[in-house]
Design a protein around this ligand. Structure first.
Ligand code: DGJ
Length: 734
């Protein structure tokens, strides 16, 4: 049988019992949460519950309970509603069968439970249509400690003829409450992850992307859904969801006539009809779910833990402090510019130098502007006569690691690649190909293109044994989609097959180059999702390096994605994207809350700035394990209009914490900042040291010892309140 998978799910051999019993509920449990499904009298798989874990034996297996809501109108929500029967909501599955029928009825067949690894269980539930020979398997993977449940679906066609898949979602979740509040994100280049929270009304709200590449620039496939009121930090029932897919997606929130919220999420069905021949299967990407009845703070901590344990490369490795050459040199450099930057980086305490765009292409196709060169991944011998190896060795000699930028999915019309392989470029039949940033996209549905990208990666890695980091960029989205490789009647496979092609490339690269660090970049955060992230070590959060904007972008991003992966660079002032001027201390205080880096020409720092930067980098190295591996507690929300932002990371053993506070506006001469700390032990004593002090400390207790219960109940106050005031505190148990 040919398997067509969106995403391959690797599961180890079964090690738990395998059982199928219609009369007892199917429980998918983590340490604190669970999902419950039952089989109703008519054979439907009913979704009963997702929330706090039950202590006692469930009453769901009584006949009364099972049959009462599953009345003739079909109100009991199915676990995976297919269009057909009484299903009137946006369905999770919509098929056209070989005989032209548009309806599907799914009935429970069996289920099994395996344990792919310690602390993880995988429950597979098989459903079938009594009339048509299709099989749908729902796959629930429960991560005990992290309280995360992922869901995906696999559809197999055994009908004997072609099956038309109009929609196959990853997840369906029905909820029932008095009101529902959705937190979601919109944006554009350099303004990613702008948070909106709204009360959902009867009807449909959708979040989606049709861009194929850069799918997350205008909206991220991650959301919070809070019941009975807006999401609070430490109280209330909040669901966190994130789709692990880097292509077109759609998340639909439909409040139906019963007041129920029906969440359906997965690959966008827009122009994406998929055909399965007999024997073929299609597996969806995973939807990542978590739930907390203690507010959105716990939702974030669950997802951060899950990403660090299951969905990030090298997640137990401390991330180095980076100097990236982009804003410091752009494409205007020669060998000396770069070796000087490396020398300065070494002196200031940086641990990794990354050579950004502009190092490749030759002659008329030299990459001196963004008009040419993409696709021609040979070193520019005029700019860098001794090649990449010379630069990488220079970095290593100075005690730094070396990284390099690529954008391998893209091609400039002005390149040798575009001339030699016009058939590799995404296009809609004979229509002219639109350019964005003077570039086109390579057609990753084509295995030859996939091979080319893998080879590009290999060749670049082959330029020096001292390359230990790759920045993978993608600077445009898909317009006028279409493929010379796909047959005319399979053009609608483009969206799914492109992303599958990308994942297959990532897989091959990861197998060949398991040690290299890879940054996920797409004009900043335009490809930030759990599907791509697992192949990477970190992401470039936004091309907007302006500290004031970064506070909000990073706050939203870190609702889901952890600080260890949040590349956050100190750039020059006035800021290149916004023109805003901000003190160096503020810029460092913001960047140190993520994976710290620099995005500037060190030569442009004056003596005082240099000394400050050197000390701040040194301080970061001390607090880095807490920021990168600790638990995040948000204290003041930059979105609440008060003009403050503050949060804290606490080490897993609770012995150390680091605290950040930022003033977002001028607060007047009399108001001051006060907040309670979180996550400490009330019975322990803590010494607090202020970091990155300018002239005097902003915390009255700098260097003093405080009891944990004082810090968590009375809290601390700070003498900050002007524009661009900020404080960083290191808190250590004594
Ligand atoms: C967009 C990225 O986000 C920037 O950091 C930089 O790498 C440029 N592309 C280079 O073209």
């Amino acid at each position: 049988m040919i398997m067509k998978t969106f995403l391959s799910l690797t599961l180890a051999a079964a090690s738990l019992s395998v059982s199928a019993n219609e009369n007892s509920p199917i429980r998918v449990s983590t340490d604190d949460t669970e999902m419950v499904m039952t089989v109703s009298g008519n054979g439907n798989l009913v979704h009963n519950y997702y929330g706090k874990k039950f202590k006692n034996v469930l009453p769901y297996n009584t006949k009364e309970y099972r049959e009462q809501p599953d009345n003739g109108a079909g109100y009991a929500p199915q676990a995976f509603p297919a269009y057909g029967g009484y299903v009137m909501i946006s369905p999770a599955l919509k098929l056209i069968h070989g005989d032209g029928s548009h309806t599907t009825h799914l009935k429970y067949v069996s289920h099994s439970v395996t344990q792919p690894e310690e602390g993880v269980t995988c429950t597979e539930v098989k459903l079938k249509d009594p009339l048509y020979d299709i099989e749908l398997t729902l796959i629930y993977t429960a991560y005990g400690k992290e309280n995360v449940i992922t869901q995906s679906a696999r559809l197999t066609n055994n009908e004997g003829s072609r099956l038309t898949v109009e929609n196959l979602a990853s997840t369906y979740l029905p909820l029932h409450a008095d009101s529902y509040y959705l937190t979601h994100f919109h944006g554009v280049w350099a303004t990613e992850m702008q948070l909106v929270e709204e009360q959902l009304q009867p009807g449909i709200k959708s979040i989606e992307s049709k861009r194929g590449v850069q799918a997350t620039q205008t909206a991220n496939p991650a959301f919070l859904l809070s019941l009975n009121g807006p999401a609070r930090e430490d109280a209330g029932e909040v669901y966190g969801g994130a789709l692990a897919w880097s292509g077109n997606y759609k998340l639909t929130f439909e409040q139906d006539e019963c007041g129920r919220m029906n969440v359906v999420g997965g690959v966008n069905d827009f122009a994406s009809t998929y055909y399965l021949d007999n024997g073929e299967s299609l597996t969806t990407p995973e939807m990542v779910w978590t739930f907390s009845n203690r507010g959105r703070g716990q939702v974030s901590r669950n997802l951060h833990d899950w990403i660090r344990h299951h969905s990030l490369s090298h997640s137990d490795m401390e991330r180095p402090v980076v100097l990236n050459s982009w804003e410091g040199a752009y494409m205007d450099f020669d060998e000396k510019t770069i070796t000087d930057m490396i020398d300065d980086a070494a002196k200031i305490g940086v641990e990794m130098f990354v050579l950004d765009d502009g190092w490749f292409g030759n002659g008329e196709y030299a990459r001196n502007t963004d008009h040419s060169g993409l696709g021609d991944w040979q070193v520019n011998t005029q700019k860098l006569p001794r090649g990449i190896d010379y630069l990488a060795k220079h970095a290593v000699k100075k005690g730094l690691k070396f990284g390099i930028w690529i954008e391998p999915e893209m091609v400039n019309p002005k390149s040798r690649l575009a001339e030699t392989h016009p058939e590799w470029i995404v296009k809609s039949g004979n229509r002219d190909k639109l350019q964005i940033r003077q570039q086109w996209i390579l057609d990753l549905t084509n295995p030859e293109v996939q091979d080319f990208i893998v080879k590009t990666f290999d060749d670049v890695m082959g330029m020096s044994r001292d390359i230990s980091y790759i920045k993978w960029d993608a600077n445009r989205f898909v317009t006028d989609f279409g493929s010379d490789y796909l047959p005319a009647d399979r053009q609608s496979h483009f969206w799914i097959d492109y992303t599958k092609g990308l994942y297959s490339v990532y897989d091959r690269i990861r197998q060949k180059h398991p040690d290299v660090m890879i940054q996920l970049c797409s004009s900043g955060g335009a490809r930030l999702d759990m599907g791509a992230l697992k192949y990477h070590d970190e992401f470039w959060t936004s091309d907007n390096t302006n500290s004031l904007d970064r506070i909000r972008i990073q706050n939203s991003t870190n609702l889901f994605y952890p600080a260890i992966a949040t590349a956050s660079h100190v750039s020059t002032s006035p800021n290149h994207q916004t023109g805003m001027t901000a003190p160096l201390k503020y810029r460092f205080d913001v960047a140190m809350a993520g994976r710290l880096g620099l995005e500037l020409q060190p030569k442009h720092l004056n003596e005082e700035e240099w000394a400050f930067a050197q000390k701040a980098i040194e301080a970061y190295k001390k607090i880095r394990p807490i920021v990168q591996f600790g638990d995040l507690y948000r204290l003041k929300n930059p979105e609440d209009g008060t003009g403050w932002a503050s949060h804290q990371y606490v080490s897993k053993d609770g012995k150390e914490a680091v605290f950040f506070a930022y003033s977002l506006k001028y607060h007047g001469r009399t108001t001051f900042f006060q907040t309670r700390l979180k996550g400490l032990d009330p019975d322990k004593q803590y010494r607090i040291t202020e970091l990155n002090k300018k002239d005097w400390p902003s915390f009255y207790g700098d260097g003093k010892v405080f009891p944990g219960d004082y810090l968590m109940n009375e809290g601390i106050s700070l003498g900050i309140g002007n524009n661009f005031d900020s404080t960083v505190l290191h808190i250590e148990e004594i």
